[in-house]
Design a binder for this molecule. Structure first.
Ligand code: F6P
Length: 368
């Protein structure tokens, strides 16, 4: 008799809308078409290190496609290769990968499906290198993963940010103010670019184009003189002024990605008010962008990626991530994904389209 396949699913890094839709898709296809047993690892790599998991049956993954977050829990701090623990007020690091791998082996799984962003998939790549059969699924609201045109979670974040910016128009307009909206994205400006274009932002500032404060102030003043007496500025958290630095909100020592960005919107607001005399307010959308139900687009993408992951398990495509190229799904080596974030290229057509309709990116190419 053929041995029953058993797989485990892990969700790592920051949560985002659509993770549960992937868990559902992987588990349902694996159960229905292949009779596999499914194990859910709790709290990302923390669950591998602590040997904490539970079995998932068909009913456990039923009715979760609309649910935000992850039913398995996650962690963006646990790294089996560099596990941080506190001792006498000091942070110490330990390589727990051998015991973590022993825990994985004791599960007797055919594959570990890692749903995550670059931090999670980087660790997945190391586990693969160390003999664990791993398959990755790309997740992040930031849309900054190499090897895929898009990640699930991004569309939901863009739609939440767009709704927020749309709403801010009325208060900005009523008070003739400059209104700055800071959005997430780490070192990439994808959320700012897409939500800024979708909501008709007057100025969009992204990390890929350091801004010139003079150009931003010029735009704010020009608009304030015209019949439109307000300005909407969308800024990505990883942005910086020309010759300046990003604003770091906090450093989480001992985590795979320790730097948390945030606060550039307030710095920009102070400068605009000082240089233009125009009343300015800053709104930081923060974790709202990761919260709540996934959009239909993300649910569909998550379902497709989950099914692709199962196909890859059957074909033993370990060490690869399911990705998106155009309208198709592809398979990308995890070592490619681990090379670092995917920023917006300077010739990105959406930047050109936004410039063409008069959007200012805070640089010298800012049209009238
Ligand atoms: O990577 C997703 C993300 O939401 C980033 O956009 C943001 O910089 C970061 O995670 C925030 O991390 P945390 O949830 O640890 O505050």
């Amino acid at each position: 008799m053929r041995k029953k396949h058993r797989i485990a699913i892990l969700t790592g890094g920051g949560d985002c809308p659509g993770i549960n839709a992937v868990i559902r898709s992987v588990a349902k296809k694996a159960i229905l078409e292949h009779g596999m047993e499914i194990i859910g690892i709790k709290d990302g790599y923390e669950g591998i290190i602590n040997d904490s998991h539970r079995s998932l049956d068909f009913d456990d993954v039923s009715g979760i496609i609309t649910l935000g977050g992850t039913i398995l829990g996650t962690s963006n701090t646990a790294n089996p290769y560099r596990y941080a623990s506190k001792s006498g007020g000091k942070t110490e690091f330990h390589d727990l990968s051998r015991s973590a791998i022993a825990n994985i082996e004791s599960l007797k799984i055919d594959c570990l499906v890692c749903i995550g962003g670059d931090g999670t998939l980087n660790i997945a790549n190391k586990l693969f290198r160390d003999g664990v059969p791993v398959i990755g699924v790309p997740k992040t609201i930031d849309n900054d993963l190499r090897g895929t045109d898009i990640t699930f979670g991004f569309d939901s974040a863009v739609s939440i940010a767009t709704e927020g910016i749309d709403r801010l128009h009325t208060t900005a307009q009523s008070h003739h103010r400059a209104m700055i909206v800071e959005v997430m994205g780490r070192s990439a400006g994808w959320i700012a670019l897409h939500s800024g274009v979708a909501s008709g932002g007057d100025v969009i500032i992204i990390p890929e184009i350091p801004y010139d404060i003079e150009m931003v102030v010029k735009r704010v003043k020009e608009r304030s003189k015209k019949h439109k007496r307000f300005t909407i500025i969308v800024i990505a958290e990883g942005s910086k002024p020309q010759g300046g630095h990003v604003v770091v909100q906090r450093v989480l020592k001992g985590t795979p990605e320790p730097v948390r960005l945030g606060g550039i919107g307030f710095a920009l607001g102070t400068e605009i008010e000082k240089l233009s005399g125009i009343d300015t307010r800053t709104v930081v959308l923060g974790h709202l962008q990761r919260s709540g139900v996934p959009t239909p687009f993300d649910r569909v993408l998550a379902t497709r990626l989950g099914c692709k992951a199962v196909e890859m398990i059957i074909n033993k495509r370990f060490g690869y991530m399911a990705g998106v190229r155009g309208k198709s799904l592809n398979e990308v080596p995890l070592k490619e994904v681990a090379k670092g974030p995917r920023n917006i290229p300077t010739d990105e057509p959406l930047i050109q389209a936004a410039r063409a309709v008069g959007t200012c990116f805070g640089d010298l190419l800012c049209l009238a």
